[in-house]
Design a protein around this ligand. Structure first.
Ligand SMILES: [Zn+2]
Ligand SMILES: [Zn+2]
Length: 258
């Protein structure tokens, strides 16, 4: 009986204490605060090479920050750092105005008046025998016309002392001469000094030429020359004149390649 009573008392007490606990802890359990961040705002702008940063803030004051990756997009500004010439390529340097990153681009050689030509064999096939040919614009006068357009071609061959000219009136029609004509070329150098050299006419080739090595070396050794080819008929006072300037930029380099 005593044991049963004791048991009941214990159960009673436990019940009381449980109730007590319940009543002392009666507030609603706290719900977790969920941050409500606003829009991101950039605090440091990313550049081509540097990371940026952005942040957003909750009403409670909590901040979240994130890095913005570098864009990798450089802001290049191009500048010619070496002018191209007839003989050498130029260089254009691009520099990023933000980080200074650089790269270079080649500028093509300036086309010159001279180029390498190759002889053809009797079948019309190109051989390895080369010469240099220059083409120049000029003017010509004769009894029928004054200051009309002229295209003059100049041929130099390393294996010969000959200098050859082909003169195309209006860019198309070969100038010619009679075997009895007196033909000469007047050359004026940059320093103003002049030379006169006699020329011959080849009716088979339609070219004017000189075998005198002096003419060839004058062309090779002057940066530019003013040339006037004069054709004087044996009889009469009229004459034909073909005037053109030879610009020899790049000539020697090409000549040495043949
Ligand atoms: Zn918050
Ligand atoms: Zn950059």
């Amino acid at each position: 009986m005593k044991k049963v009573l004791l048991f009941l008392i214990i159960v009673f007490c436990l019940t009381i204490s449980a109730c007590g606990k319940d009543s002392s802890n009666s507030t609603v359990p706290e719900t977790t605060h969920i941050h409500d961040f606003g829009e991101w705002s950039v605090t440091k702008k990313a550049t081509c090479s540097a990371e940026g940063a952005k942040e957003r803030t909750c009403a409670c004051g909590e901040k979240e920050t994130k890095t913005i990756p570098a864009t990798g997009k450089h802001d290049y500004v191009g500048k010619v750092t070496k002018e191209a010439t007839v003989t050498e390529e130029g260089v254009k340097t691009y520099t990023c105005s933000v980080c200074g990153d650089q790269y270079e681009e080649a500028i093509e050689k300036v086309p010159g008046n001279w180029e390498i030509g190759y002889y053809v064999d009797e079948l019309g096939n190109k051989t390895s025998d080369a010469y240099v040919i220059g083409s120049f614009n000029g003017k010509f006068c004769n009894s029928a016309t004054s200051f009309s357009d002229l295209t003059a071609f100049v041929y130099l061959d390393k294996s010969s002392t000959t200098t050859m000219f082909r003169l195309l009136e209006y860019g198309s029609y070969r100038a010619s001469a009679l075997s009895s004509d007196h033909i000469e070329i007047n050359l004026e150098k940059e320093d103003g000094s002049t030379e006169i050299i006699k020329l011959k006419y080849s009716s088979s080739q339609g070219t004017f030429y000189s075998d005198d090595n002096k003419l060839k070396s004058l062309i090779l050794n002057n940066a530019s020359l003013t040339c006037v080819i004069m054709i004087f008929p044996k009889y009469g006072s009229s004459y034909d004149a073909y005037a053109f300037n030879i610009d020899n930029a790049g000539l020697k380099e090409l000549y040495n390649q043949t």
